[in-house]
Design a protein around this ligand. Structure first.
Ligand code: SAH
Length: 397
């Protein structure tokens, strides 16, 4: 049984909520929910006890819950979830019909009307990610709704609500068939090896689809490419397929070597002709400067926060310095692809880091392309923070 309680909006935020802002946090509501169970339905009211919206209690790093309906008499029941998922699918039908792209996001949290969960599609297999215990409390209805979705073969999950959104290691299989892994999917004709039951990450970050395509189709031909924080080497593979004369992938995780070899191999590229280096990127930059290496394209896609043996990297503090390192080993007229998924700063600030990096070095540049989240990672205007991705193609002049 889900319980239901009433909470009051902070008067300063009433307008914002009425317009559709979905996130509840300790600033914008006056409620102490500590004694309530996650998943409790919250009726948000104004100072006169008038209904604004309803949501649920679920603590995650961003807040304490999400508003999911602005209709007083809408129940959060099986029908509700069936409708939400159906709507999300309807907006992405062209993906389901596209034989060249068989991996994409089907449901993007608050962007699709229910914060705290995401759902991705991998060639008939679905992956749900739960961001709070509260979101997970709706699992029976949500899983039932997912089983009705197009081409459904099976469902996997990632629970990301241990501490601060951390992934909980367990068997991630939920229902249906288990494919044999790697599960091969396609993105604009290029293959990816996917592992749905092997830790927190599955092998690809789907939000970079358009960036990879542009690198392959427009920028890679004839270039020597350095791909830093390369993970499974997705950008390197697209660059190689686009005619790069050489790619160098650098990541400090041991797993990145075998994963990158696999990624090249399933796309028919001889990995031995590529450089795959397991090392701290910051050490690699030093090495590259010492050896006077230079590249025509340098890709930067660091995590928002990372700690290695010698370095702590925080995108909001250190991105500018990372750019300076990249600039110093990029050829004149070369390209830097700077990417970040850090949600604590916006595109304007990100461009500020870029400008400052070039100014401090005394160099000039031109911005060529710019990306935020692709359409399957749906976001809403009322919650701009949801569009966390920022990618800029910069020409060094
Ligand atoms: N660019 C990748 C995704 C990057 S995920 C893609 O397109 O798929 C972030 C990666 O950064 C992880 O694989 C992690 O191992 C790596 N990483 C974190 N800190 C690092 C460091 N100091 N040096 C090299 N790699 C690092």
């Amino acid at each position: 049984m889900t319980t239901e309680i009433t909470i009051k909006a902070n008067p300063k935020f009433i307008k914002t909520f009425q317009k559709g802002f979905p996130l509840l946090n300790n600033d914008n509501v006056t409620a102490n929910l500590d004694n309530h169970q996650e998943g409790t339905i919250l009726n948000l009211v104004d100072s006169h006890h008038r209904f604004i919206a309803k949501g649920y209690y679920g603590k995650q790093n961003k807040g304490i819950g999400w508003l999911v309906s602005w209709k007083e008499h809408e129940a959060i029941d099986q029908e509700f979830f069936n409708r939400k998922f159906q709507q999300a699918v309807n907006q992405r039908l062209h993906f389901f019909y596209d034989e060249e792209t068989t991996a994409f996001r089907v449901f993007n949290s608050e962007g699709d009307g229910f914060g705290g969960i995401t759902l991705d599609y991998f060639n008939g297999y679905y992956l749900i990610q739960w961001y709070s215990q509260g979101a997970y409390s709706f699992k029976d209805e949500i899983i039932r709704a997912i089983r009705e979705l197009p081409n459904y073969k099976g469902l996997y999950q990632k629970k990301r609500f241990a501490v601060e959104g951390k992934y909980m290691e367990e068997d991630d299989f939920v229902h249906g068939e288990r494919p044999s892994f790697p599960l091969l999917v396609k993105e604009n004709g290029t293959s990816f090896a996917i592992y749905l039951n092997d830790g927190a990450m599955v092998g690809v970050f789907l939000d970079q689809r358009e960036v990879r395509k542009l690198i392959r189709d427009k920028y890679a031909d004839g270039k020597r490419v350095l791909n830093t924080f390369s993970y499974t080497g997705a950008f390197s593979v697209f660059a190689a397929l686009g005619g790069a004369t050489e790619t160098t992938s650098v990541d400090l995780a041991n797993r990145s070597l075998s994963k990158t070899i696999e990624q090249f191999s399933i796309n028919g590229i001889d990995y031995e002709a590529q450089n795959i280096i397991v090392e701290d990127v910051f050490n690699y930059f030093k090495f590259a400067v010492k050896k006077e290496l230079s590249f025509d394209m340098v890709i930067l896609d660091p995590p928002s926060f990372a700690r290695s043996k010698k370095h702590t990297f925080s995108a909001s503090k250190d991105y500018k310095d990372l750019l300076k390192e990249a600039i110093s080993i990029t050829e004149k007229d070369g390209l830097i692809v700077a990417s970040t998924n850090c949600s604590t700063f916006d595109m304007k600030k990100f461009k500020g880091f870029i400008d400052k990096a070039f100014k401090e070095i005394g160099g000039s540049y031109k911005l060529l392309e710019e990306f935020t989240l692709p359409e399957d990672f749906k976001t809403i205007n009322q919650y701009k923070q949801g569009d966390y991705l920022k990618v800029v193609f910069i020409k060094k002049q």
